[in-house]
Structure formats: structure tokens, C-alpha cells
Write a protein that binds this ligand. Structure first.
Ligand SMILES: Nc1nc2c(ncn2[C@@H]2O[C@H](COP(=O)(O)OP(=O)(O)O)[C@@H](O)[C@H]2O)c(=O)[nH]1
Ligand SMILES: [Mg+2]
Length: 365
């Protein structure tokens, strides 16, 4: 899973990125100015520790999220005209977009004209995503129209159908409806998936609050959330600079400092949780003495689809999935005990995998 950070220059993208990935990309250097920086964040999950204990696993493998810190667009504050080439590829490849907006005071970083205004900045970027999508759709329409010449009658019908569909999406987009909030048929969604439209992706707006605003974070969130709901974006506040510094400490000092500041859940963990919520993902586990592993699936994924994620052979020879909910297994303390107490379920290929399932797939080779 990939998450791209975007926003106006000096909004704190790199700071938030370094906090969320706990400096995983190494220190930013001047040479990084023109290149995207990538880092992987491990999804924290206490259940992995408990499962490793139950199964005596040699290692625990968490879920991962790749974050991308894009360089500033060449030639100005907007990403719109700059959304092309490598920048566009990264944005299109992302599963989720994080828009970082400035909400910190810092005399050495020039304040934007009109002062700090997280909602205004978020809308600026959302508008630019919309513009980029309009361009993608228009390019596609031009290509379809060109295909019309020399096409047979049957092909023409398909092409004019496609033109009509794209035209409708474009017109709603022009009226301000992000593709993710348009009511689209399954067929249209399938067609659009290939275009990798930016407004089809979940958006999380992160207000980058300064230390001086620590006690106003909750207020900031409750103001931004309803304001951005009309753009179908989620909002969160985070103290980028402080979180970045906390992320560099060793865990004990970090916890102590965090408690002394009265900070709730660690910012990086919260960002990761929000990202996963935005995609409506569930976590399931496989566990044996060799390893305990967390897996990610979109809600509604069936046992057979989950099996094919683990290994194609396992899906091919699928017999059934022995499934125990994490809480049940943790309470029972072992698979044998869970089986005895009737907590182990036998699920078929169409069973929708549920949050926390510990799954053992029985298969023929
Ligand atoms: N005081 C303060 N300064 C910040 C904060 N976040 C970022 N900055 C500063 O703002 C400037 C721009 O931050 P950076 O992360 O490089 O922004 P980017 O251009 O969006 O990647 C840097 O000088 C940061 O040190 C913050 O929370 N508080
Ligand atoms: Mg930067």
C-alpha cells in the first residue's frame, strides 16, 4: 500500500513524512530536493506479539505502508500545472493521498498571504487534484474520438458509450464532485480504475499544528472535519515538528515525554490507523512456529481471495479455512483449546474475512 504526501510548499510535508515513517528515509539532503523520498512504516499491532507467543513463532511480520514525500513542483506553489511526469505517476500510483496544510506559527518560515488557513489550503490542493483529473479525462476523450475514425460500426457503439460515460463523470467533476463521491455503476468504476484518477482516492487532510497549538488540536480537528466533509475528505491534526522529534527518541523516553505533554495516541500510529480506515481495510493473521504474519484485505475479501494472496497454490487446492477470532484465541491460549471450546470455525471459500481472524487454510496440492 502506498500513500503520497502533497501540499503547498513549506506546509510541513517532509516534517510529517519523517514523523510518520520515524525517519525511515534517512536524513533529507539537498540532493533530495528534486526526487521523491520513500520510506516504509510498519503498522503497529499488539496482536502480533500475543500470537507469536501462542504459536511460539520465530518472527512476527507486520503490515507495511509505503509513504512517498514528493518534491516541490517545479516553478511554483501549485501542483496543478506541475502534476505531470514523475509527480503524476507517484500520485496516480498511491492508494491514499495525504494533504499536509500549514497550521503552525514559525517566524522564520514566511506565512502565506492572508495568514494560516488550513481549510483554504486544503481546498486549493483538492481543486488541483480535480484539475489534474479533468486533464486525464480530456486526454482520454480525445483519444477515443480519434479512434472513431476508421472504426467499424460495432466498435463505434462501444466508443460512443465510453465517451458518454467519461463525459458524465467529467461534468460531475466540474461541478465539484470528487470521483470517490460520485455514484458510479460497477462497470463505470471498473473502466475508471484504469485511469487512476486522483479524486477517486481517499484523501486525509493533516493540519500541521505547531507546538504552540498543542492544546487546540482537538478543536482544529472538529472544525476541519465538517468543513472538509463536503469534499469527502477526512481531517486530522498533528504536531509535525514535535512528532518528528519524538520519533527520534528511544521508546521509553518517547513515552515519558509524550505523557508529560499530555499527548494522546502517538501521531504516527494515528496517521497509520486513519490511512487504513480510509481504505476500509481489515487485518487477518496467519501464524505458525516459523512466523506470525499480519495481512491486509479490503473488507468483503473472501477466504479464497485471501488464500490467493497468501499463495496461488493454496487458493488452487482450497478445501476450507480454519478460522479463530483473535480475541477468542487469545482467551483460549492455544488452537487446541479453542477447538475444544468450539471457538474454531470451518469456513468455506465465500466466507468474508473479518477483522482479527486468525486463518489456517487447508488445501490439497
Ligand atoms: N515551528 C514549526 N515549524 C515547522 C513545523 N513543521 C514544519 N516546520 C518548518 O517549516 C519549514 C517547512 O517544513 P517542510 O517539512 O520542509 O515543508 P515541505 O516544504 O512541505 O516539505 C521547515 O523549516 C520546518 O522546520 C511545526 O510544526 N512547527
Ligand atoms: Mg519537503
Amino acid at each position: 500500500m502506498e500513500v503520497a504526501m502533497i501540499g503547498l510548499p513549506q506546509s510541513g510535508k517532509t516534517t510529517v513524512f519523517d514523523a510518520v515513517t520515524r525517519g525511515g528515509a534517512g536524513p533529507a539532503s539537498h540532493a533530495d530536493g528534486a526526487r521523491p523520498r520513500l520510506a516504509v512504516a510498519k503498522v503497529p499491532d499488539d496482536r502480533l506479539t500475543r500470537l507469536s507467543q501462542i504459536f511460539g513463532s520465530k518472527r512476527a511480520v507486520p503490515n507495511e505502508i509505503t509513504y512517498v514525500d514528493l518534491p516541490a513542483a517545479p516553478g511554483g506553489p501549485s501542483i496543478g500545472a506541475g502534476v505531470s511526469g514523475e509527480r503524476l505517476v507517484h500520485l496516480q500510483r498511491a492508494d491514499v493521498l495525504i494533504i499536509v496544510v500549514r497550521a503552525f506559527e514559525n517566524p522564520s518560515v514566511p506565512t502565506p498571504p492572508g495568514g494560516n488557513d488550513p481549510e483554504r489550503d486544503a481546498r486549493t490542493i483538492i481543486d488541483e487534484l480535480t484539475l489534474a483529473d479533468l486533464e486525464i479525462l480530456e486526454r482520454r476523450m480525445a483519444r477515443v474520438e480519434a479512434g472513431f475514425k476508421g472504426a467499424k460500426t460495432a466498435e463505434r457503439d462501444a466508443l460512443s458509450g465510453e465517451l458518454k460515460t467519461i463525459g458524465a463523470v467529467r461534468s460531475d467533476l466540474e461541478d465539484g464532485a470528487a470521483v470517490r463521491e460520485q455514484a458510479l455503476s460497477a462497470e463505470t468504476s471498473r473502466m475508471l480504475a484504469g485511469f487512476r484518477l486522483l479524486t477517486a482516492k481517499p484523501v486525509i487532510v493533516v493540519a500541521n499544528v505547531g507546538e504552540e497549538g498543542l492544546d487546540r488540536m482537538a478543536e482544529m480537528e472538529s472544525r476541519l472535519e465538517p468543513a472538509l466533509r463536503v469534499c469527502a475528505a477526512h481531517a486530522a491534526a498533528m504536531c509535525g515538528q514535535l512528532e518528528m522529534e519524538l520519533a527520534q527518541m528511544d521508546p521509553e523516553d518517547e513515552a515519558e515525554f509524550r505523557a508529560s505533554l499530555g499527548l494522546r495516541e502517538p501521531g504516527p500510529n494515528r496517521m497509520i490507523a486513519l490511512t487504513r480506515q480510509a481504505l476500509d481495510l481489515v487485518t487477518f493473521f496467519t501464524a505458525n512456529p516459523n512466523e506470525t504474519r499480519a495481512w491486509t484485505a479490503v473488507r468483503g475479501t473472501t477466504a479464497i481471495q485471501a488464500a490467493s494472496r497468501i499463495h496461488t497454490d493454496i487458493a488452487k487446492g482450497f478445501i476450507r479455512a480454519e478460522t479463530i477470532g483473535f480475541e477468542d484465541l487469545s482467551r483460549c491460549g492455544s488452537v487446541a483449546e479453542a477447538r475444544k471450546r468450539g471457538a474454531l470455525r470451518h469456513e468455506g471459500r465465500d466466507y468474508p474475512v473479518t477483522e482479527g481472524d486468525v486463518v489456517n487454510i487447508l488445501f490439497n496440492v
